[in-house]
Design a protein around this ligand. Structure first.
Ligand code: DGT
Ligand code: CA
Ligand code: CA
Length: 573
């Protein structure tokens, strides 16, 4: 059983949560959380690092003790500290921790005072008005909790795209090594780069299906075989995730890839176009009567219905077939179009790397510029910069820019949008910067109209350039705050402000739909990573994928511009 970094990080976070419920030593709790962060950001798998004899205790926030624990987890698949805590604490109590509006302190209070041990108990107590009587539980909080409980009931278990990639990548490599296998590729929502993935749909080409399937069901991560046939199989992995496998001959590769990439609605529409031309299209090919006339590549399939190739990211039946027919498909933005990153942090606030390290990492990625956007003073948890520290950082950037060749560091800030819509630092310092990235970091639960007014008021400030992570969503954790996106987009357009596509894997904010809406209104986007480490600059590819799903072209993106042109746009006139 392969143990992935994300699993180990999740075990550490859960252990920290469990320890909080026990009101354990805060330093011990913090140590687990910090280690989890380190692990989350590692570019390499801990399993292979151990195999190669690397010393894990050299990693930040991982001492000898945690290094030993990690080795145990990799060897056994279990974390005994966590398992023991799980046995001591009622299981439902831990589920409660992850309900929006609750945290360890509130969960402890619920348990101690009202013997609430699970979401069911909690709902009943909320309904009967019992929990509102506890300190720290206002009517508003209670409402929020009930709302979150309702939302959880309807949510399916879907994985964030990057998490699916961690599973898919090694599995594809493994499949390719099976005798006779030619191609192996993940189709479905994964290939369409949806922000979350329900299951993996893997397509393999091979002359004979049976031997491949026999190997597949024996993969070390498989815990349940749902079905096993001659050309298809469905299995469940140890973490509960489903994988569907299809094996087809090489001549069917394009047709099968098209079929399993979907979306279903897109497929059905293409098939109907085929019917109109007297063609039958299925996962084995395109047929005229009994005769197979195409199917080796996806291009061939599209050609048979009179269409050019359509990129997987936009196969959602959201007008792509009409656009293709009219020769109006977008020329989707590509990572090679990107000339710089406009959102990044350093160790001056909550990032890990120094200015210089960040700049050099950006240069290595072929960028022309990198904006350093540390947090502003209001965000005290992140050690946000006040005027004085910001000015000091600017001076340091000036010095570095003189030394460094081939990259320009842009002076910037991720400035908080305060509750009243003013910005967290005075204009006198904001105007000295090259650009300003503005963000909401608190008061997420305002009514839509107030939240919208707040942000538009901030955009009225002439130094407002980019609205960072515009909706605040955290995939699987926190929904977008209520916002009138149409008004935001219109206001951004009128004021020449840009909206960000934040490329952090749990954000991807704006999402695809909002990207498209912004584009149609003529608003420019900044696709940026919000990197807190040098490695996170590589999240750019995730932001690009989300933007492509929103039909975004290079001309819609501010950070595809050369620096001189970018500077003009940032002047907002
Ligand atoms: P997911 O797994 O929920 O994230 O989304 P998908 O799109 O990966 O959906 P999935 O796994 O149910 O099916 C994979 C692809 O197979 C889907 O995108 C299109 C194709 N497909 C599935 N069912 C049908 C169907 O009934 N008709 C057609 N034409 N295609 C289908
Ligand atoms: Ca799927
Ligand atoms: Ca599937």
């Amino acid at each position: 059983m392969t143990v992935y970094n994300a699993d180990i990080a999740a075990m550490f976070v859960r252990t920290a949560d469990l320890l909080e419920l026990q009101e354990a030593n805060p330093f011990r709790i913090r140590a687990y959380r910090q280690a989890a962060r380190t692990i989350d950001e590692l570019p390499k798998s801990l399993t292979s690092m151990l195999k190669e004899g690397e010393d894990l205790s050299e990693l930040p926030h991982i001492g000898k003790d945690l290094a030993g624990k990690i080795a145990d987890i990799v060897n056994t698949g279990h974390f005994n500290v966590m398992d023991e805590l799980e046995r001591e604490i009622p299981p439902g109590l831990v589920d409660l921790l992850y309900v929006e509006g609750l945290g360890p302190k509130r969960v402890s209070a619920l348990y101690k005072n009202l013997d609430i041990k699970n979401p069911g108990d909690l709902r009943r107590a909320a309904m009967s008005g019992k929990i509102q009587k506890l300190p720290r539980f206002s009517d508003k909080i209670t409402q929020k909790i009930v709302h979150a409980l309702d939302a959880r009931g309807t949510q399916q278990k879907r994985l964030k795209w990057v998490r699916a990639e961690q599973i898919a990548g090694p599995m594809i490599e493994w499949l390719k090594k099976i005798n006779g296998v030619k191609q192996a590729i993940v189709a479905g929502s994964f290939r369409r780069r949806q922000d979350t993935v329900g299951d993996l749909d893997i397509l393999v080409t091979c002359k004979k299906g049976t031997p491949v399937i026999e190997q597949f069901v024996k993969h070390e991560d498989v815990t349940e075989i749902v079905s096993q046939g001659k050309t298809r199989s469905t299995v469940i992995l140890g973490n509960g995730f489903q994988v569907d496998l299809r094996v087809v001959p090489e001549i069917s590769y394009g047709a099968a890839l098209h079929y399993f990439t979907g979306s279903k609605a897109h497929n059905i529409a293409v098939r109907e176009m085929g019917v109109k031309r007297g063609l039958k299209i299925n996962e084995y090919g395109v047929y005229k009567g009994e005769k197979r006339i195409a199917g080796r590549t996806e291009q061939e399939v599209y050609k048979q219905v009179g269409l050019p190739y359509i990129e997987p990211e936009i196969r959602e039946k959201r007008g792509e077939l009409e656009a293709a027919k009219e020769g109006k498909l977008p020329n989707l933005v590509d990572i090679r179009d990107i000339r710089g990153d406009l959102h990044s942090h350093t160790s001056a606030t909550d990032g890990r790397a120094t200015l210089r390290e960040m700049a050099e990492a950006a240069k290595e990625r072929g960028y022309e510029y990198l904006a350093i956007t540390d947090h502003s003073q209001h965000l005290t948890v992140a050690n946000g910069l006040d005027e004085k520290r910001l000015r000091k950082q600017c001076a340091e950037i000036d010095r570095l820019n003189e030394k460094l060749k081939g990259i320009t560091i842009l002076k910037s800030i991720e400035v908080d949008i305060l509750a009243d819509g003013t910005l967290d630092l005075p204009d006198s310092v904001l105007k000295e910067l090259d650009l300003r990235v503005c963000a909401v970091h608190y008061k997420f639960d305002l009514p839509a109209e107030k939240q919208t007014d707040r942000i538009i008021r901030a955009m009225d400030n002439p130094y407002f350039n980019i609205l960072a992570h515009p909706t605040g969503r955290l995939i699987g954790e926190r929904s977008a705050y209520r916002l009138d996106m149409e008004r935001i987009v219109k206001a951004a357009r009128e004021r020449a402000c840009a909206l960000e596509v934040n490329a952090q894997p749990e954000r991807l904010d704006l999402n695809d739909i909002n990207c498209r809406m912004a584009k149609e209104a003529g608003v420019m986007l900044s696709i940026s990573t919000d990197a807190h480490t040098t490695g996170q600059l590589d999240y750019m590819r995730l932001g690009i994928a989300q933007a492509r799903r929103g039909w975004i072209e290079a001309t819609d993106v501010v950070n595809t511009l050369p620096l001189t042109k970018l500077r003009k746009i940032l002047k907002r006139s």
